[in-house]
Design a protein around this ligand. Sequence first.
Ligand SMILES: Cc1ncc(COP(=O)(O)O)c(C=O)c1O
Length: 360
Amino acid sequence: MASLPEHGANPALLYRRLGMEAPAELIDFSENVNPLGIPRRVKESWPALIGSLAHYPHPDGEPFRSAAAAFHGVPPECVMAGNGAAELFAILADRYRGKRALLIHPTFSEYRSTLEAKGAHCLDLVTDPSDPAIPLREIMEAMETADVVYLCNPNNPTGVRIPEDDLLRLAGRGRETGCELVIDEAFMDFAGEEHSFIPHLSDHPHVTVVRSMTKMYAIPGIRLGYMIAPEERIAEHRMSAPHWNVNGVAARIGGSCLLEEDFRQRTIRYCTEAREDLAAFLRQAGCRVSKSETNYISFRPPGNPGALYRAMLEKGIVLRHSENFRGMDGNWLRAGIKEKWKMDRLKEALAGWFGGRSPL
Ligand SMILES: Cc1ncc(COP(=O)(O)O)c(C=O)c1O
């Protein structure tokens, strides 16, 4: 299937590219934001936020930057706020201009696009999406010739989390070989903050952690993320960012999102339950299922995945294709975890496909 959109969350473009008519009612499982929606504090503060429109925002994204620093117990000078994690990846890539970056596939496609746009050379290690263990030995070997390794933890599109011990070994290897690590924790909130690498950063100055606020807090429309690294590197990255890169509304919303501990716990509980239910259903239908700890799951259906993908689109069920995920190559599909009635509709549609016709 050629020329499908690079990312999910754009069903209109998807149907247009495929030359298909979009049904009147669609459920978009191709995007990965929190099914519980926007946190209460954000909704309540909304009317007051209009006041910030008439002022230039703080150049460092305050008060959000300090709130994120306090949340993780790191100095504010070690935090840079960005217009979504996506902007921070574009900025980070400046550091690796002309250098070699190791990517572990299947993974988020923006690493490659941002790195290549800045003239970095990408080295690709392709892994089996159904194997939850990362190939530690191969990665450590490849780190010898790489200047940086990008790790998505938990990974998009599999949702698999790299265990802390493995990360510490990779960080140790990076120190020996002079290979930096960029750890993308955009979906870490769904696995649990206790798995974050951030508390280890002070012992590993060659590691940068990138976080997104848009997934857990369902605010992709407003754009907000941050990265944490030693102060000198943050100062270097600040030079590549446009002035006022974080808008004033996002900078005020972000801090109140971080106060939402109960919301985060409710989200984790809901997503875990819905994900395990969907995984069991898919396994029973003969699919291979990724060992996700996030708000999405990837699966390889028996038979023809492309035909299943299109059949679901005809029913208004929009899954995420895997055409641009190396190692998945269109054979896997990703489904975001949504509200219960939507999950029921997904299972019903899939059951019709698996049970009702030959999947071959
Ligand atoms: C793994 C991963 N990292 C980062 C991002 C970018 O997130 P943001 O919305 O904060 O730009 C995404 C967006 O889909 C993602 O999937």
